[in-house]
Design a protein around this ligand. Structure first.
Ligand SMILES: NC(=O)c1ccc[n+]([C@@H]2O[C@H](COP(=O)([O-])OP(=O)(O)OC[C@H]3O[C@@H](n4cnc5c(N)ncnc54)[C@H](OP(=O)(O)O)[C@@H]3O)[C@@H](O)[C@H]2O)c1
Length: 292
């Protein structure tokens, strides 16, 4: 089991059918990377890092001005071909445009990073906001993964990184009061289960599949519930602190290089993930024993 942490081996491998093979360093590019949620935070940093590693990049988010600023900077700094695709992933017509671009033959990397929180007490949650959280965090992520995987398999190369959250594991844990987050944590639980199960299905094949599970990260994330973008052309950072985005991206890229499926930035060894897998095996065995 590989170690996990912010240092040399920052991911955590899931041991049962969870490794993906891939070839070489999928963080280093030849081809195009599609990055959703590229107008700020983790997505903007990840896009910059991929452009620096030789990928051409398609930047996707709602705020076109932010995307244009980043594209201009990355073209100048890296020489990469950078496209912008302004789209609201909760709007079916917009999602279709992104799906069409992502399914093109040149795409070898998909970062499903766009996400919103919709925080608030469940009983008071605005139904349209709740639907938006599900559409962005679950439907768009799954639809885009489905758009890229067949072509990547055919071409024998590709990587998909889906951004979840530690709240997939810790959403119900004390201490309180933390933001009310049942739907958000539920969507991130989906991202973890979906990605791990897909990775198991594709294990031994040419693709790298990873679920990135950051803890609190220093971004704009807590400045909006996600119904509307955070205003302003300059990216900002919430006041809660958290891990710098470059460390989150470092962890993900290192885990990609080693083919680790579950990446928890900051986790110093793989023990907790091994324990999680062991608990899952125990639960599955218990259900089988009861049937026999
Ligand atoms: N920050 C944290 O503490 C933390 C912790 C764990 C996991 N995460 C996850 O990390 C991912 C990135 O978040 P972040 O922390 O970098 O926050 P962020 O700075 O708020 O970035 C979120 C990105 O998603 C985009 N986005 C939101 N709604 C969208 C929509 N309807 N269509 C297209 N793009 C949309 C935003 O762009 P526009 O507004 O321009 O559309 C923005 O680029 C999310 O999936 C989040 O759940 C964050």
């Amino acid at each position: 089991m590989a170690a996990a942490g912010r240092g040399a081996a920052p991911g955590a491998r899931v041991g049962t059918g969870g490794e993906t093979e891939g070839g070489g360093s999928m963080g280093n590019g030849s081809g195009t990377a599609v990055v959703t949620g590229a107008s700020s935070g983790i997505g903007a940093e990840y896009a910059a890092r991929l452009a620096g590693r030789g990928w051409d990049v398609v930047l996707v988010a709602r705020r076109a001005d932010r995307l244009e600023d980043l594209a201009l900077r990355l073209r100048g700094e890296t020489g990469a071909a950078v496209e912008t695709l302004a789209a609201d992933l909760a709007v079916p017509g917009d999602l279709s445009r992104v799906v069409e671009r992502a399914a093109a033959r040149d795409v070898g990397f998909l970062l499903n990073n766009a996400g919103i929180n919709g925080y608030g007490p469940f009983a008071d949650l605005d139904p349209p906001l709740m639907a938006r959280v599900l559409d962005v965090n679950v439907v768009a992520l799954t639809t885009l993964t489905r758009a890229v995987v067949p072509g990547m398999l055919e071409r024998g190369r590709g990587a998909v990184v889906n951004v979840a959250s530690l709240l997939a594991f810790a959403g119900s844990l004390p201490p309180g009061p933390l933001p009310q987050r049942a739907v958000y944590a539920g969507t991130k639980g989906y991202v973890v289960a979906f990605t791990r199960t897909l990775a198991a299905e594709l294990a031994g094949g040419p693709l790298r599949v990873q679920v990135l599970c950051p803890g609190l990260t220093a971004t704009e994330f807590h400045l909006s519930t996600g119904a509307e973008p955070v205003p302003g052309r300059e990216p900002s950072v919430h006041r809660e602190g958290g891990m710098p985005v470059d460390e989150v991206v470092d962890a993900s890229l290192s885990a990609l290089d080693t083919g680790e499926v579950v990446c928890v930035p900051g986790l110093r060894d793989g023990g907790p993930i091994e324990g999680l897998v062991a608990a899952e095996l125990t639960l599955r065995t218990a259900a089988r024993l009861r049937r026999s």
